[in-house]
Design a binder for this molecule. Structure first.
Ligand SMILES: Cc1ncc(COP(=O)(O)O)c(C=O)c1O
Length: 502
């Protein structure tokens, strides 16, 4: 017999009599999982005697992880084991022998900040749900603006440098053609943006996403060290104008992804001023040099630019993600360009100062309080220690380069200017070959094979890539203060021992 509607209602109401989350059990689970996190993902992960990675093929890993999601939940014991496994088979990017990416190392203060914000689950869009982090974000942005030497400015933390670069392109376009916000791309002529051949691929992605088109990203040649050639930029601007295109932005890079090169900002700023173009600096990787009295000359001219993208999650080791976008502006451009004035969130009759509801500057709705990670570590370390970290990383990169010169079989692609040390390892079998296409063809295969071996052994991780016409070479990136001279020597010994039979 079918149950009547009233019977169903009475039964369903019964469900609501108790709360269905066992808070004590949740707390006990979190205690246990935190203990695993601290032991396996923090303590063991940074232990130089442990592996950087425990390599498994995707098929093996699928079997090991038992990925299927089922009708019934699992016991606490099994879930805790799943936490352990997730950590075990993940790459330990905080390990002292992880040199694979432009981030690395353990940063305890930003890690604690991450844990706090994950526990609190705030979203930085309104002061009412994020009072603390709204003020902290503002304080960090003000401090960065001061460090950049700007008299005024605005900014926002967001989900990564690629997004910061996209913000720059959107603001630059909005400044020239504000009608696009309402009428779309048909309200503008063919717009073109300039960037060097060494720039990060996010510039192309931003152009694609914004409907500018990747073909309208005009690639400016770089010199041998990977720096944009200003005279070539000016030529490209002139010829684009002659073709009827409308230049609106130049992207300069401070710390290119592969070579670690710094474009000459001051000279590029002269050209941008002459042609009235927005100058954005992608300092996602190299921006930290601004904190170093010794190295800030690399960003000479930064006080003249319109916008900057800077990732404290790279050189300064804040936990991922921590990326700031700064704009030198006092007209509330960020707000005008991105606002949608959602009345359910940004009510205009609230009881507090509405200027603290910063969320409408963002292209996101929910947004993590990433600035807190940087704020807490900056508070703990002080500017002096941040400066020391940058200086130390660059001394370490120099040490590594000098050691390579003393060893047979290592050849620098160029002298490092920053923390990227680019080099080839030449196995004994190739050392007597003349410098001919055959040699480079064979050398091209060496780095991928050594990389495969190091990952399968789990001893370290270093990135490699082909670059322009160059055969595959390694790119070592030195960041963490936990890395010592011994680790640099280890890298060279290990590459030799993994590759000497090739
Ligand atoms: C120069 C440069 N810009 C931008 C980015 C992108 O940053 P994110 O990975 O935070 O999107 C990178 C990443 O390595 C980079 O090297």
């Amino acid at each position: 017999m079918m149950a009547s509607n009233t019977e169903i209602q009475i039964k369903e109401n019964g469900v609501l009599d108790d709360t269905s989350l066992d808070v004590a059990a949740a707390e006990s689970f979190l205690q246990k999982s935190m203990a695993i996190i601290l032991e396996d993902a923090v303590k063991k992960a940074v232990d130089v005697r442990q592996k950087v990675c425990e390599w498994r093929s995707p098929e093996e890993l699928k079997d090991l992880l038992d990925l299927e999601l089922r009708e019934d939940g699992e016991s606490e014991t099994r879930i805790l084991q799943r936490c352990r496994d997730a950590i075990r088979y993940s790459v330990k990017t905080t390990h002292p022998h992880f040199f694979n990416q432009l981030y690395a190392g353990l940063e305890p203060y930003s890690m604690a900040a991450s844990f706090i914000t994950e526990a609190l689950k705030p979203s930085v869009y309104t002061y009412e749900v994020s009072p603390v982090f709204t003020l902290m974000e503002d304080a960090v942005l003000r401090k960065i603006i001061q460090v950049l030497g700007w008299e005024e400015g605005d900014g926002i933390f967001n989900a990564g440098g690629s997004m910061s670069n996209m913000y720059a392109m959107n603001l630059a376009r909005y400044r020239c053609f504000p009608e696009i916000k309402e009428h779309g791309n048909s309200a503008a002529p063919r717009l073109v943006v300039f960037t060097s051949q060494e720039c990060h691929y996010s510039i192309s992605k931003a152009a694609a996403l914004m409907g500018i088109g990747t073909k309208n990203v005009i690639v400016v040649p770089a010199d041998k060290r990977g720096k944009m050639i200003p005279s070539a930029l000016e030529e490209q601007i002139k010829s684009a104008k002659n073709e009827g295109a409308v230049p609106f932005m130049v992207n300069a890079t401070a710390g290119t992804t592969v070579l670690g090169a710094f474009d000459p900002i001051d000279e590029i700023a002269d050209i941008c001023e002459k042609y009235k173009l927005w100058l954005h600096v992608d300092a996602c990787w190299g921006g930290a040099v601004i904190l170093s009295n010794k190295h800030k000359h690399l960003m000479k001219g930064i006080q003249r630019v319109n916008s900057v993208a800077w990732n404290p999650h790279k050189m300064l080791m804040a936990c991922l993600q921590c990326s700031a976008f700064l704009v030198r502006d006092k007209t509330r451009l960020l707000q005008h360009c991105h606002s949608a004035r959602a009345s359910y969130l940004f009510q205009q009759d609230k009881f507090y100062d509405l200027s603290y509801d910063t969320g409408d500057k963002s292209v996101q709705c929910s947004r993590k309080p990433d600035a807190f990670k940087f704020w807490l570590m900056w508070k703990a370390l002080g500017t002096r220690e941040l400066e020391h970290r940058v200086d130390r990383a660059l001394v370490m990169a120099r040490y590594l380069a000098e050691q390579m010169k003393k060893r047979e079989g290592f050849k620098l692609v160029m002298e490092p200017e920053f923390a990227n040390v680019c080099f080839w390892y030449i196995p004994p079998s190739l050392r007597d070959l003349p410098d001919c296409p055959e040699f480079w063809k064979k050398l091209h295969n060496v780095a991928p094979l050594i990389k495969e071996r190091m990952m399968k052994k789990g001893s370290m991780m270093v990135g490699y890539q082909p670059h322009g016409g160059r055969a595959n070479f390694f790119r070592m990136v030195v960041i963490s203060p936990q890395v010592s001279k011994q680790d640099m020597d280890f890298v060279l010994d290990e590459i030799h021992s993994l590759g000497m039979d090739l």
